[in-house]
Design a protein around this ligand. Sequence first.
Ligand code: KIV
Ligand code: NA
Length: 268
Amino acid sequence: AKRLTVPALRARKGADAEPLVMITAYTARMAQLLDPHCDVLLVGDSLAQVIYGLPSTVPVTLEMMAAHGAAVVRGSDHALVAIDMPFGSYEASPAQAFESAARLLKETGAAAVKLEGGEAMAPTVRFLTERGIPVIGHVGLTPQAVNLLGGYGARGRSEVEAAKIVADGVAIAEAGAFMVVIEGVLEPIAIEVTDRVACPTIGIGASARCDGQVLVGEDMLGLFDRTARFVKRYEDLAGRISAAVEAYAGEVRSRAFPAAEHLYQPRV
Ligand code: KIV
Ligand code: NA
């Protein structure tokens, strides 16, 4: 199969286009399972909490993103794979961002990067795009800024903040981003950004009017224990894992496992 391309995805804009399906993936096997159903697999820096038990995405390194990015590329052949640029790998300058993004693409085979931020990051988005690196923006609730924001509550409750988020989304899109993720904002903000930018918007806690949606795979599958309002659980994998492991533990303790079919005997 041929992978979806940046131009093909960028064209999926507006009420008449088919909404874009994005899910996070961090491992090869999960990527394999999600790939047939997705347009974009996002190797999110949310792997901090979901995979590594870290308190925020701030400690994530380029090495971690490269390792998981390569695994997701190996596990997929249909969706476009995009990798989050981790905190500290791109903010200092466009040149720093290019070096980090190029390394991610070269070491993984992924086609695009995502970075957080608005107007301040617009020159960086332009710098990368003009040099052949497709960029997905991310505005609104930007988890890498948790130390500044003080938490993960919805953004844009004041008029000033709402206007700033709209300006951020527009600036990133005009700088050349081929998609913009809008996270955790009052719905009218997501609708206004969606109406004002030429590229698809991808919502998470944003609006069904966005041009696509993204969720963390482990969240929608009920595998992770955090529950934001914007997560819909389509499965209870945590419950199913607990039940399966309880059954295994019981059979080990009763010697019901292993049974004859799991064992090797000498040939007679
Ligand atoms: O890291 C992540 O999972 C993300 C998405 C939720 C947009 O950035
Ligand atoms: Na992220």
